[in-house]
Structures are given as C-alpha cells and as structure tokens.
Design a protein around this ligand. Structure first.
Ligand code: PLP
Length: 434
C-alpha cells in the first residue's frame, strides 16, 4: 500500500516513509492510494475473533511489507493493552470507553502505535529524530507517554499556556528524559502554526530530522479504525440495527478514521461530528463553505480547533461530493452551558459521569435521536472525567477522585520552557536543545 500527498499527488510514499516524514511536500497530508475492503465474513464474524486478530486484519494492508507480520502483531498487542468496553447508558445510547489507557484518553492508542512503528523503522540507524507536536491538551500526554525513553527519539511538545487541565499539564511536563515541554503564550492554533513553520524551515530541517506526531501522521491516524471494529463486535451482541456513531471532534482525525473504516465496509447507519463552539464543520454542512475560525476556548479544550487538519482527508474520502458528505454526517455545535447541563443530567439520570468532550457527544447524539427516534447509537468516550475535574465537579457536585495510577504523577514537578507565539523563539530552542 502506498500513500499520496493530498497537495501534490505525484509524491507517493510507502507506510515507512509516511510515518517517518509525517507530512509531505507543501505540508500536504498523506492519504492511502486504495481503500482496502473488509471481507464480509470478517465483519459478520467479529464476535468469534480476538481483539488482536481484528486489529491485525484492520492494519495489515496499510502497513504492507514495511513491518514483518510478527512484529506488527507485537506492536498491536502493546497498543491495545487495556479494556475498551462498550457500556449501555440507556435504551438508545451506548458509550465506547476509550480512556482506560496510560494517560486516560483515546489518543493513547494512536500515539502508542505510532511510537512503536517509528522505533521499529529507526532501529539500528544512528540518526536522531525529533518528534515535534502541538497539543490542545491530550495529544501531549499521550505522545509523551508513548515515546518516553524511546531510543533515538526526542519529543518536543508545544501547548497553550493556561489552556490545559492540571492533570493534562502534569502528564506532559513531568516526564523529563527525552521529553521537552514548551509552554506557549497563545492558543492551540498558534502552537500548530509554529509546528507547521518549523517543518518548512530549511535551517532546522538540515540540522535536525523532524517528524510530527499529530493526527496528521498516518501511523497515528489509521490505528484509530481498530476500536470502531471493537465497538461493533460488542454492539452486535446486543443490537441488530446498525449504529449511529457519534464522535467528539476537534482536528477530525478520530471521526475520519471511523469514516475510513466505514468506507471499507464497517456497517454504520450514520456519523455525527460533535463539536463545541468551534463549529467550522457544522457550518460547512449548512453552507457548503469552509470558514476557518479563530479558536474559541471551551470546557472541552482538546476540541478547541478552528482549522481542523483532517478535514481535507474527509473531503478526499467522499471525492469532494458535498451531498454525499451531508448524507452521511451530521454536525452539531454544543456550547459550554449545554455541556455542563448534559454532565449533570446524565449523572442524575444514569449515574454515569461524562467528561466534557464525551458530554458534547452525548448532547449531540441525544439531539439527533429526537429527530430520528427509532435509531440507536454509541458515542466515543474520549477522556476520563478526572482529567477535567472542574467542570465535572461544577455540574455534578461530586468530587472526582484521582485514580491511584495518577497519585504519583501529580506529585511530580512541572518542567517547561516558556515561549511566545514567535517562530524565532521556537527555532532557537530547537537548534540549541542538544
Ligand atoms: C483530541 C481529542 C478529541 C478530538 O479528537 P480529533 O481526532 O482531534 O477530532 C476529543 N476528545 C478528547 C478528549 C481529545 O483528547
């Protein structure tokens, strides 16, 4: 399987090169040349397969011969090393809990898969690689954890000062070793712009070997398909209608992976892009116009994205057919007030605690179901509520206990370098870090 650059279709690379480079010329995203179809038997037989077998079938065509089968199986077993249960909330809504990994967010899955692939590709090379990543909150922790002490790899994380939660900040600033955290006076979009500039800076790229770990990297994006299959496996035990799948969305990597799985044959009635007040996509569905916006800060800060990078992949998947996009995906924008109200109601009605991101999805699916009352579906639970204690406590009046697994972490000391949203400052840091 090869990948082409969405900005320059002449540039075609294999999985290894796409993983190492992160993005192509002119900052274009890589996209698979073919959408390999799932065998029908595979889909109807999910319940009789192990999670590891499902994940392997899901990924093998994308990796091709760049990683031997046994090695890929090993990478997969390290990636899916925790439970991903589909829990029933009420008659129509289930939640796929993706937050039982090391940093309590779904990004652990993509970050781990990518770090293991990259380490495999760099083994026995004496080249040192710098992974440069912008985070609105959760990516940083997941990448820091996934790459911690990875040989030959330095990680530099940019995050917007005062816009990530206490636990998130601890997760990305306290590891040390090969992990560097830069605290940027600015928004997530500023961080992302700095990262993009670094990738096109000649001096930096001759001195350092840079790569990305944002969801633009295919090795982070593609493994996210796996848990849509794992959800379906559990769904089929209880339900016979196809599910509506509702995804809390920011950069749109997660939902785009689900859509890719759907194009390969994963049954799904419909998709919902659940957004906070950063509503570029819901607006696009209304107006057919892509108006990127300045980021609005919200309670679901990992979704505070004014210019979603994976949007171009969605358009490519649908061959730029607006009507097809509109038929398959609905978009909702949920404000902070509604988010809090949803956390409160779901807690009092079902005794279930939602984090703000998952709450945006719950509110969106609920809204959709008022229009289509005979449908059912699941939402993706993208983070554990303890990562966002303030809004959750405000809404439910209960204290979210910090799990034992985090007690150690919160005692650790934060180590960061503060920079302004100024490319010169980032350049200086990168050229002098070692
Ligand atoms: C990153 C993140 C999202 C958004 O995922 P995208 O792939 O960027 O759309 C949603 N919820 C949480 C908790 C996240 O960390």
């Amino acid at each position: 399987m090869n990948y082409y650059n969405l900005k320059n279709k002449e540039e075609v690379v294999d999985f290894k090169t796409a993983t190492i480079k992160g993005q192509g010329k002119e900052k274009g995203l890589f996209f698979p040349e073919i959408v390999p179809q799932f065998n029908e038997d595979f889909i109807s037989n999910l319940q009789h397969l192990t999670d590891g077998e499902i994940a392997f079938q899901c990924m093998k065509d994308f990796v091709g011969d760049t990683i031997p089968e046994e090695e890929l199986k090993e990478i997969i077993s390290e990636t899916i090393s925790f439970d991903i249960p589909l829990k029933k909330i009420n008659d129509q809504i289930y939640v796929l809990e993706l937050f039982h990994g090391p940093t309590l967010a779904f990004k652990d899955i993509g970050a781990k898969f990518m770090s293991r692939c990259l380490s495999y590709f760099l083994k026995n090379k004496n080249k040192k690689v710098t992974v440069l990543v912008a985070t609105s909150g959760d990516t940083g922790g997941a990448v820091a954890n996934g790459f911690y002490k990875a040989q030959g790899i330095d990680v530099v994380i940019l995050y917007p000062k005062n816009r990530v939660s206490f636990v998130q900040e601890k997760q990305l600033t306290t590891l040390g070793e090969n992990i560097y955290a830069l605290e940027v006076n600015g928004s997530f979009d500023d961080c992302q712009n700095l990262v993009k500039q670094a990738f096109s800076d000649e001096e930096i790229n001759t001195q350092l070997f840079l790569t990305s770990a944002n969801s633009i990297n295919v090795a982070r994006w593609l493994p996210q398909q796996i848990y849509y299959l794992l959800a379906l496996k559990q769904w089929q035990k209880n339900e016979n209608k196809n599910p509506v799948i509702c995804v809390p969305s920011g950069n749109f990597g997660n939902i785009c992976a689900g859509l890719l799985a759907h194009f390969r044959g994963l049954p799904a009635e419909h998709f919902i892009a659940a957004c906070n007040e950063n509503d570029v996509f819901p607006n696009y569905l209304k107006t057919q116009k892509i108006n990127t916006q300045k980021t609005v800060a919200t309670l679901s800060n990992a979704m505070d994205v004014g210019n979603p990078s994976n949007f171009v992949r969605i358009l490519e998947l649908f061959e730029n057919q607006f009507d097809a996009v509109k038929d398959k995906i609905s978009g909702y924008s949920v404000d902070d007030e509604k988010t809090l109200e949803t956390i409160k109601n779901v807690y009092s009605k079902y005794n279930y605690i939602l984090d703000p991101h998952t709450a945006v999805a719950f509110a969106s699916l609920e809204k959709y179901l008022t229009e289509y009352p005979d449908k059912k579906g699941f939402i993706l639970g993208t983070a554990h509520p303890v990562k966002f204690p303030d809004p959750v406590e405000k809404a439910t009046q209960i204290t979210v206990e910090i799990p034992d697994s985090l007690q150690d972490l919160i005692k650790r000391e934060k180590k960061t370098v503060e920079i302004n949203s100024d490319f010169e400052e980032l350049r200086r840091f990168l050229l002098n870090k070692n």
